[in-house]
Design a protein around this ligand. Structure first.
Ligand code: NAD
Length: 352
């Protein structure tokens, strides 16, 4: 029997909406059924690319040929579009951050349940290779028991675009890259969060944060530093993790980096003191080569199922959705806690 083809209509044909085209078209069971954008020029681009354009959101929702609505608009209108699309009987994929508040997200989930439609969020960075490698290193205990994790993305180009600089649209870097990094973090451990401290930065003078640094402690003892910057002319590594047996670093998306661990076959060899500034140090000397092992960062095979493959399997009742609503909700609660910690300059002790 031939596989059924599902029509996806893209709402918001900007940077990300037009990127989704490639993802949709590379899936054999999905087709771009059309586009709706409030800006004429974006609709002209869609038409020039050969896609059907709809005159309004209502026209999309009234079209029975539309199976899935993909929301790739600025963040402030995700909720209203998602709820209308679910109520029209469509399955919905929404870009991140799904909503600006965790309460708004629960309203969507309630409608999805009532309408018995699949609703999920495009947390695509769970498929990033650097993240999957780090998860593997941790899961395989290559560096022993993980006790410290640092995850950062840093650029020097400021906050991009227009709406991302405005609060009313859900702008700012915590709600932008922060969502990805925090979502990845919560996939790394099963432990609950115990406390959160944070600072937001406003170096560029915008009304929203141009970056943030958060310090998150888990009940199992793991501490995590999650940082996003847009004013970093020199950046720190993408990942830096420490376990009881070693350290791993992935410097960038090119997967440059290494893993250094204790050599279990060699008794500890004292390092030699090194000249450090105006003094000598043994404490801060590199570990002796004899007592450590060094490995490159190895690529790993692609994930078994892509985001869209999983979505199709889920609407056909053959799989569980990869990005679960409870997980999305937890990330939003964590984001709200980071905002609160930064605003009150305090450590928030809360189980999340
Ligand atoms: P963008 O400004 O490039 O595009 C947004 C488009 O939505 C514009 O063409 C705009 O005209 C249109 N639009 C605005 N309001 C609309 C409405 N009510 N109905 C229909 N169209 C409307 O923004 P972008 O960078 O593409 O971001 C869109 C969404 O995608 C945001 O939620 C963003 O956070 C997310 N995003 C996700 C990733 C990722 O990796 N998952 C990457 C970039 C952006």
């Amino acid at each position: 029997m031939d596989n059924r083809i599902y029509n996806v209509v893209i709402i918001g044909y900007g940077g990300m909406g037009s990127y989704h085209v490639q993802l949709i078209e590379s899936n054999q069971q999905l087709a771009v059924g059309g586009v709706y954008d409030i800006v004429d020029y974006r609709m002209e681009l869609a038409a020039a690319a050969g896609y059907k354009t709809y005159a309004s959101l209502d026209a999309v929702l009234a079209d029975e040929a539309v199976d899935i609505v993909l929301i790739a608009t600025p963040n402030d209108v995700h909720k209203e579009i998602a709820i209308q699309a679910l109520q029209a009987g469509k399955h919905v994929i929404c870009e991140k951050p799904v909503t600006i508040t965790s309460a708004d997200f629960l309203d969507i989930v309630e409608v999805a349940k009532k309408e018995n439609r699949v609703f999920t969020v495009h947390q695509n960075r769970r498929w990033d290779e650097d993240f999957r490698i780090i998860k593997d290193i941790i899961g395989n205990k290559t560096v022993g028991e993980l006790f410290q994790l640092e995850s950062r993305v840093q650029g020097a180009n400021g906050i991009p675009g227009d709406w991302r600089q405005l609060k009313a649209y859900g702008g700012g870097m915590l709600l932008d890259w922060g969502v990805h990094l925090l979502d990845q973090l919560l996939q790394i451990t099963d432990s609950k969060i115990e406390s959160v401290a944070a600072t937001l930065s406003y170096i560029l003078g915008t009304e929203v944060d141009d970056g943030f640094a958060s310090f998150i402690e888990f009940k199992d003892g793991l501490t995590a530093v999650i940082e996003v910057g847009t004013t970093n002319y020199v950046k720190l590594p993408r990942w830096y993790i420490k376990g009881t047996e070693g350290t791993a670093v992935i410097r960038d998306w090119d997967l440059s980096g290494e893993i250094v661990t204790r050599n279990p076959d060699v008794a500890h060899v004292e390092p030699k003191p090194i000249q450090a500034g105006q003094g000598l140090t043994k404490t801060m000397a590199p570990p002796s080569e004899e007592s450590t092992l060094k490995f490159p960062i190895e690529k790993i095979p692609a994930a078994a199922e892509s985001f869209y493959e999983n979505f199709v399997s889920t609407i056909e009742g053959k799989a569980e959705i990869a990005i679960k609503n409870e997980e999305v909700h937890r990330v939003l609660v964590l984001i709200e806690t980071i905002f609160e910690a930064a605003a009150t300059k305090s450590v928030i002790r809360r189980t999340i």
